[in-house]
Design a protein around this ligand. Structure first.
Ligand code: ADP
Ligand code: MG
Ligand code: ZN
Length: 361
């Protein structure tokens, strides 16, 4: 008799915040500069250097947390996550552990004809690591620390997703939200928006979760879909044959169309998290949070509702016209000049988008 399995997925996203300088030092964050040209004693981890928190990064994280319907921590703490790797000169990453900047949020997604709330467990600030460059044939590896110390917001969901469509819908909604807020450029190829789905199966009807696998190296929505679907098939096969799924990190290989083990998964206690003694707790006043809340732009869902209500255009049109902030602002401006919303909508969705797609803009 064959067992039916239910798919359980939770997603971790690392979104690079669009600050001009790094999270704890004044170095720039521009992508693609000469290796190690954007470094200083702090991000190089030189002895005696001290981190200073970037106020803009904190503001961006708070705005993102509020837009995700989360609760903002009024007393944040930074923690050291200890591990050794050549791209991490300090030997630890400054992150948040016990007191993250945001908890208990949610985002609504539409997939498979229904709407669903995906709960956000937490979002925390952390610094990025540098990059190891392995030059083929050179027999050596180089380290570029330009990215070391760049601010990231790590956003972690509850295991509320259950298909590749839902994962993609969630990631698109989250990316769009961060781009609306102008806190992340959303560039997946350059790694400004990185996602790691965690996936497990359990027999239908079983309450306890199965063992999860974390998927990495996914830098497009197409790969998200492919990797999740591959992994569902792989785990289904393992379990149906009486095998065991191991808790591990697997890398998506898009050329081979499969995932392969990268390492067995470490546990939180392996990192010896502890409060960073170089950074005092970060207190954000309730007044400050309220000011940031009032300054939030009109978000896609609100804009969509306004377009159908005030302009009388179909929900379908409103969905497309609000799929990017730029397009929605453009549409609003056009309707002001020519107050025939449906005509403008047809033209934007038809002629204009066709030309833009055609030109690859
Ligand atoms: P870790 O400490 O291994 O990173 P977490 O408990 O922090 O694990 O969860 C990381 C992500 O994995 C979260 O998005 C969470 O929802 C998801 N997750 C946790 N357990 C499971 C599971 N059994 N199956 C699928 N996803 C899971
Ligand atoms: Mg994790
Ligand atoms: Zn620096």
């Amino acid at each position: 008799m064959s067992v039916a399995y239910e798919v359980v997925i939770g997603v971790e996203v690392h979104a690079q915040l669009r600050t001009q300088s790094k999270l704890f030092c004044p170095c720039g964050t521009t992508f693609g500069r000469t290796a190690n040209s954007q470094t200083c004693p702090v991000c190089l981890g030189l002895p005696g250097s001290l981190p200073v928190i970037n106020e803009k990064a904190v503001e961006m994280a708070v705005r993102a947390g509020l837009a995700m319907n989360g609760t903002i921590g009024v007393r944040n703490r930074f923690a050291r996550k200890n591990y050794f790797y050549p791209d991490l000169p300090k030997g630890y990453q400054i992150s948040q552990y016990e007191a993250p900047i945001c908890e208990h949020g949610w985002i609504e997604i539409a997939a498979g004809g229904t709407r669903k709330r995906v709960r956000i467990r937490r979002a925390h600030l952390e610094e990025d690591a540098g990059k190891n460059v392995h030059e083929a044939g050179s027999g050596m590896s180089l380290v570029d620390l330009n990215r070391a110390g760049t601010p990231l917001l790590e956003i972690v969901t509850e295991p509320d997703l259950s298909s590749s469509e839902e994962v993609v819908a969630y990631l698109k909604a989250l990316r769009e939200l961060l781009m609306y807020l102008d806190v992340c450029d959303g560039n997946m190829e350059e790694g400004s928006f990185r996602c790691e789905p965690n996936l497990s199966l359990r027999p239908v009807g079983q309450a306890a979760y199965g063992t999860k696998v974390e998927l990495k190296n996914i830098n497009s929505f197409k790969f998200v879909k492919d990797a999740v679907e591959y992994e569902i098939k792989r785990q289904t096969k393992v379990l149906s044959e009486g095998g065991k799924v191991y808790q591990e990190t697997r890398l998506w290989n898009h050329e081979r169309g499969e995932t392969a083990v990268m390492r067995s998964k470490e546990e939180a206690h392996d990192y010896r998290y502890f409060p960073d003694p170089d950074l005092v707790p970060l207190e954000i006043s309730v007044e400050r949070i309220e000011l940031l809340r009032q300054g939030l732009p009109e978000l896609a869902s609100a804009k969509q509702a306004r377009f159908t209500r005030d302009y009388g255009i179909p929900e379908y049109d409103a969905g497309i016209l609000t799929s990017s902030r730029a397009l929605s602002v453009y549409f609003d401006a056009c309707v002001k000049l020519y107050p025939h919303p449906k005509t403008v909508s047809n033209w934007v969705m038809g002629e204009l988008l066709r030309e833009l797609n055609h030109a690859g803009i």
